[in-house]
Design a protein around this ligand. Structure first.
Ligand code: PEP
Ligand code: MN
Length: 338
């Protein structure tokens, strides 16, 4: 930690701050410049509440220099994390994985037609929600486990992996036979009990950024999963709420390189929830691949306009085919494959 004192800070005030730091178990290194004193603190600062130092007399500001997340930080695994799946697909390496499918699993025909087409276009994962966190309690809530069985069968038939959202602890066990990747949705990014429980799970976790979460909060949430011993965490940028209303969310493309710098965990771009608009999905998917995303998550439906959820942002199968062709070109340009 760094404590910058005000220019007019007195020796008594500086001594009081040093005493408080020492009392907190922090070793203090003092530098006195021509006009200002800087106190560098070394020790167990990552768990300290720094705001209490900010309130001491004579203090200008206090910065943390060590990161509050240890397991998710880049330094923990400088070479990056590769999340490996049963069929040999890896997320976090040279290959950019593609996760595609409807927002919600609706019926057998919808999910099997989608599976065949996204596989043919080059997708690795079939996505589909069975437990849906809807803003309205009256909206379609998902098919539950019977829907997951349908998705699993369709995925098996085409050699695809499956990803689906888990909303609560009691769903983890019953979902295990049908999914390869647990998705934690934006609304549950800070459901710490769920995250802790997923830390004990034997399957990888796709952790979506919360609607109003900072990147640091996302990384701290991933730390909950990793602290339990499950290091197979994949992060996801899915847009955040800002003052802009032209799109459903504001897709924070810069989160992709920022996360690569701060963390070793792979990061997925979700331009469907990121924009909420079908016509904006392809441009933002292209941007995410160009920015270094390790995977792309896209909502696709054979009859997109009639989708039971998120219809406005869902691509038709033909649009997905076209997008995949574009993404391949961009992937090559940035030294990746798709
Ligand atoms: C979804 O993937 O359909 C979903 C609900 O995503 P999010 O949690 O990002 O809103
Ligand atoms: Mn959706």
């Amino acid at each position: 930690m760094i404590v910058a004192m005000q220019e007019k800070a007195t020796e008594e005030q500086i001594d009081a701050v040093i005493d408080a730091m020492v009392e907190a178990g922090v070793g203090v290194h003092r530098t006195t410049g021509a006009s200002q004193t800087i106190l560098a603190g070394v020790g167990p600062t990552s768990t300290l509440d720094l705001s209490k130092f900010e309130l001491l007399d004579g203090v200008l500001h206090v910065h943390r220099i060590s990161s509050p997340y240890k397991l998710a930080g880049r330094a923990f695994r400088p070479e990056g994390t590769l999340v490996e799946f049963a069929n040999g697909v890896k997320v976090g390496g040279k290959h950019i994985a593609v996760m595609a499918g409807p927002c919600s699993i609706e019926n057998e025909e919808q999910i099997s037609v989608t599976a065949a087409r996204v596989k043919a276009a080059g997708a690795d994962f079939l996505r589909g929600g069975a437990f849906k966190p809807r803003s309205s309690p009256y909206a379609f809530q998902g098919m539950g486990i019977p829907g997951l069985k349908m998705m699993h069968e369709a995925a098996q038939a085409h050699g695809l992996l499956t990803v689906s959202e888990v909303m609560e602890i009691s769903q983890i066990e019953p979902m295990l036979p049908y999914i390869d990747l647990f998705q934690v949705g934006a609304r549950n990014m800070q459901n710490f009990n769920l995250l802790r429980e997923l830390g004990q799970a034997r399957k990888p976790v796709l952790l979506k950024r919360g609607i109003a979460a900072t990147i640091e909060e996302l990384l701290l949430s991933s730390e909950y999963i990793m602290a339990g011993g499950n290091y197979d965490v994949i992060l996801c940028e899915r847009g955040i709420r800002t003052y802009e209303t032209a799109t459903r969310n504001t897709m924070d493309i810069s989160a992709i390189p920022v996360i690569h710098k701060l963390s070793h965990l792979p990061i997925v771009g979700d331009p469907s929830h990121g924009t909420g608009r079908r016509d904006m999905v392809a441009p933002m998917a292209r941007a995410a691949v160009a920015a270094g995303a390790d995977a792309i998550l896209v909502e696709v439906h054979p009859n997109a306009d009639k989708a039971a959820s998120d219809a406005a942002q869902t691509l038709y199968l033909e649009q997905f085919d076209e997008l995949m062709g574009q993404l391949r070109i961009i992937a090559t340009a940035v030294g990746r494959t798709l």
